[in-house]
Design a protein around this ligand. Structure first.
Ligand SMILES: C[S@@+](CC[C@H](N)C(=O)[O-])C[C@H]1O[C@@H](n2cnc3c(N)ncnc32)[C@H](O)[C@@H]1O
Length: 418
């Protein structure tokens, strides 16, 4: 077997991406054991990547990659496979609104026993990626495989990595699960192991603008997916009458103002040995130059809860959108949108706790009434995890999208309001 080469060789400028569709990870032919890193390097520094995406938003993430000029992205269940160069990897992390992390695949190999796992991981020249002074962490996910204990697989993977580095350097790196320099992802599916570097580090839904959490905030990636599914393009008003901490208005505003969701945060790849600071600075500078101010009244949010609105205001400021979203302390029952066109998005309470559903039926009836009577000409969307309650809206949805809020299966229901 060829000696595995460093896929992210320090200083090496990547070649422009070729328009070759990336293979779906689980459908790849698996040589035994295959170090994918070596073949990627030979093809001109193209990286096989996987963007993990909340279920239901895979096509959106594929379209986002297309908009970044990354062609051939293949959406699958829970993520998108794509191939790009280092610049594309940085831009994907900075710009993807619907993805939770971007993994760079190092190797795949058959793996049904602890010995196969250890050997496959040990085969990689980890000393080229991690020095003894750096820290590492291993994340693990398993599906339909002979090895069933994720803690054990993560530990065995870590052992093989540090052993390889100790053999090469005489010393081993330490583990830091909170803020490691390099985060490694090991995924077992049907006895095939895929080893990846996590280029994002902290999950991408941590944009950096949310300082405190209210009771039931939407995940930022899901809020971005909701806005994208509405097709809203910033040319007509967008209102969220139950905005809570403002996740939907903030994500909509970031899109309309062309602010990359990751502009305020740091990424895993910035701690890698091959981090190209000059390239990264130029990507950020280009993004910053494209930011625009939003017109007054374009995006509005309302809520009954004054505390949640306080958070919404703080999040807006922290997101670099000070004064560009207008929040009102008002009940849905007083919602009267201005203008004859717009998009209204509601994320009402689901009533997860016992007894809450009774109170919420009335609220869902009112949502239907208010959309029908006061939002003529607008398009309405309701995101809910409770399909029983959704029936009380009493209007016929023209489209239904399935999305997941963590483990909760939700529907985004579309209403054409004539
Ligand atoms: C599921 S939470 C929305 C969470 C929000 N999308 C976020 O990311 O923070 C539902 C919100 O509806 C608000 N709400 C409940 N009844 C309301 C009413 N009658 N009028 C206005 N807001 C209401 C609650 O205060 C809560 O903030």
């Amino acid at each position: 077997m060829d000696k595995p080469r460093h896929i992210l060789r320090p200083g090496a400028r990547p070649a422009p991406p070729k328009e070759k569709p990336a293979a779906v990870i689980s459908a790849q032919p698996i040589p035994a054991p295959a170090i994918v890193a070596a073949s990627v390097a030979a093809q001109g520094q193209l990286l096989d990547c996987f963007a993990a995406v909340p279920r239901g938003a895979e096509e959106l993430a594929g379209a986002e990659l297309g908009a970044l000029g990354i062609t051939g992205a293949q959406p699958g269940k829970g993520g998108v496979v794509f191939r790009t160069d280092r610049s594309g990897l940085y831009r994907a992390n900075l710009w993807l609104r619907t993805a939770s992390r971007v993994l760079v695949q190092l190797a795949t190999f058959p793996c049904a026993t602890p010995a196969e796992l250890y050997a496959g991981v040990h085969d990689i020249a980890w000393q080229e990626l991690i020095t003894p002074e750096m820290t590492l962490a291993v994340d693990c996910s398993l599906r339909d495989s002979a090895l069933t204990h994720s803690g054990f697989v993560a530990l065995k993977t870590k052992d093989a990595i540090v052993d390889r580095i100790r053999e090469a350097c005489g010393r081993r790196p330490n583990v830091d699960t909170a803020l490691p320099d390099v985060r490694i992802n090991v995924h077992l599916h049907k006895n095939v192991c895929t080893l990846s570097l996590d280029s994002s580090g902290e999950s991408l839904d941590r944009r950096g603008y949310r300082l405190e959490r209210n009771e039931a905030p939407l995940r930022e990636t899901l809020a971005a997916a909701v806005v994208a599914l509405t097709g809203w393009d910033g040319s007509i008003p967008l209102a969220d009458p139950m905005c809570g901490s403002g996740t939907i208005p903030v994500e909509a505003a970031l899109m309309a103002a062309r602010i990359p969701p990751g502009l305020q945060r740091r990424f895993g790849f910035q701690r890698w040995l091959d981090f190209d600071a000059q390239l990264w600075d130029s990507i950020c500078a280009e993004a910053e130059a494209g930011i625009r101010k939003l017109p007054v009244g374009l995006i509005t949010g309302y809520d009954l809860d004054a505390k949640a609105l306080l958070l919404a205001g703080r999040n807006t400021g922290k997101a670099g959108l000070e004064g560009q979203i207008h929040f009102f302390h008002a009940a849905l029952q007083d919602f009267h949108p201005e203008g004859d066109r717009g998009v209204v998005i509601l994320n009402p309470p689901y009533g997860i706790r016992l007894g809450e559903e009774d109170d919420l039926r009335e609220l869902y009836c009112q949502i239907g009434d208010i959309m029908k009577k006061r939002c003529r000409g607008w398009t309405g969307y309701v995101l809910t995890g409770n399909l029983e309650l959704a029936k009380y809206i009493g209007l016929k949805a023209s489209r239904r999208y399935v999305l997941y809020n963590g483990a909760i299966e939700c529907r985004l229901l579309k209403y054409d309001l004539y």
